[in-house]
Design a protein around this ligand. Structure first.
Ligand code: SAM
Ligand code: SF4
Length: 331
């Protein structure tokens, strides 16, 4: 097995987590993520192929990346997603330890089994509301039942613990945090309440964790789980009397840039070192298609990492918003 030097960014942070977008397409149109009319989608031949993705995963693993999370767009709409996971899973022999996926859950009742069999370790499911009308308002689709069936299919497989991501938007679903706890009370589920981040044209006043917490504490007692919990940006609390944990992710009110350990790769192979901005991205796809050796690919990754900013400068009132649309970046 080839071992390469670890990836260290200009602020001295070790990068060992990659969020890999596998498509910019999606079967939902969430109001905070994608315009109703969609975006200009990337042509299929511009996407990283399975071979290119597998190779990139291996070289990244040789550089110390131990976690890859597939995202998008909606990763389950990528044709051949099961084979794509198999291609990435080959990087386990180079040090990759965990393959995760963030999904809207629509396709899980049919895909959960094959995804698991292909080597997917962890699932995060995004679900912002338990109310059908609200679901339609947020996702612009009427598929709440299908998503809930998908979650049940995952639980029935015993594929737990499971994380559920809830983006909290003022006046839309900010009355629901305790309902989420109640709904999943008997399952080892972590419900992560995510602060809205201002992308594109959509703007929602963000709901701080203190408000979400107050809503939960009106019904339940919380006990803080001492951190740092793993390597992520969330803080966690146990909800007493249930099997549920809740987490708070606040990119604006609780900025976690200092502990950033990740980069993103878009579905067409651009290395995006910061979710918020990117002055000039390196195209790892073009480097590979130009015939680069693995050492040259490694050098291109290191060139891109040099551009990683120290922190974002977006404020809670939405000033200096994040660039682009989340669906194109890979959240
Ligand atoms: N389609 C998949 C899904 O929805 O889980 C994966 C891609 S989606 C872009 C990844 C995550 O980003 C989801 O949990 C979604 O709720 C979150 N997200 C999208 N836009 C956001 C925004 N403006 N602020 C905060 N989170 C956002
Ligand atoms: Fe699609 Fe996920 Fe964005 Fe919703 S959040 S539009 S499900 S990519």
């Amino acid at each position: 097995m080839t071992v390469r030097a670890p990836i260290i960014d200009p602020s001295g942070r070790r990068i060992h987590y990659v969020r890999l977008s596998v498509t910019d397409r999606c079967n939902f149109r969430c109001v905070y993520c994608m315009p109703e009319c969609g975006v200009e989608f990337i042509e299929r031949k511009q996407l990283l192929s399975f071979e290119e993705t597998g190779r990139l995963a291996r070289v990244l693993a040789e550089m110390g990346v131990d976690r890859i999370r597939l995202t998008g767009g909606e990763p389950t709409v990528r044709t051949g997603i099961v084979q794509l996971i198999e291609a990435i899973a080959e990087a386990r022999s180079s040090g990759l330890r965990e393959i995760g996926m963030t999904t809207n859950g629509w396709n899980l009742s049919k895909l959960a089994q094959p995804l698991r069999a292909a080597g997917l370790d962890r699932l995060n499911i995004s679900l912002d509301t338990l109310d059908r009308a609200n679901f339609t308002k947020i996702t612009r689709t009427d598929r709440l039942d299908v998503v809930l069936e998908g979650i049940e299919a995952v639980c029935a497989m015993g594929w737990l613990p499971l994380k559920i991501n809830v983006v909290v938007c003022k006046g839309v679903n900010d009355n629901e945090p305790a309902d989420f706890v109640e709904r999943f009370a008997d399952l080892p589920v972590t419900i992560r309440f995510i602060e809205y981040m201002p992308f594109g044209e959509a703007r929602f006043p963000l709901v701080p964790w203190s408000d979400v917490r107050a809503k939960i504490e009106a019904r339940y007692r919380l006990r803080e789980i001492p951190g740092p919990a793993g390597s992520g940006p969330a803080n966690y609390w146990k909800v007493e009397g249930t099997r549920v944990e809740v987490g708070a992710i606040g990119a604006l009110s609780r900025q976690f840039c200092q502990a950033c350990n990740r980069v993103r790769i878009t579905s067409d192979g651009m290395l995006k070192t910061c979710l918020a901005y990117e002055p000039e991205m390196v195209s790892l796809r073009d480097v590979m298609r130009d015939g680069a050796t693995d050492d040259q690919l490694e050098a291109a990754i290191r060139r891109g990492i040099l551009r990683k900013p120290e922190a974002h400068i977006t404020t809670e009132d939405g000033a200096n918003p994040f660039e682009g649309h989340m669906v194109q970046i890979g959240g």
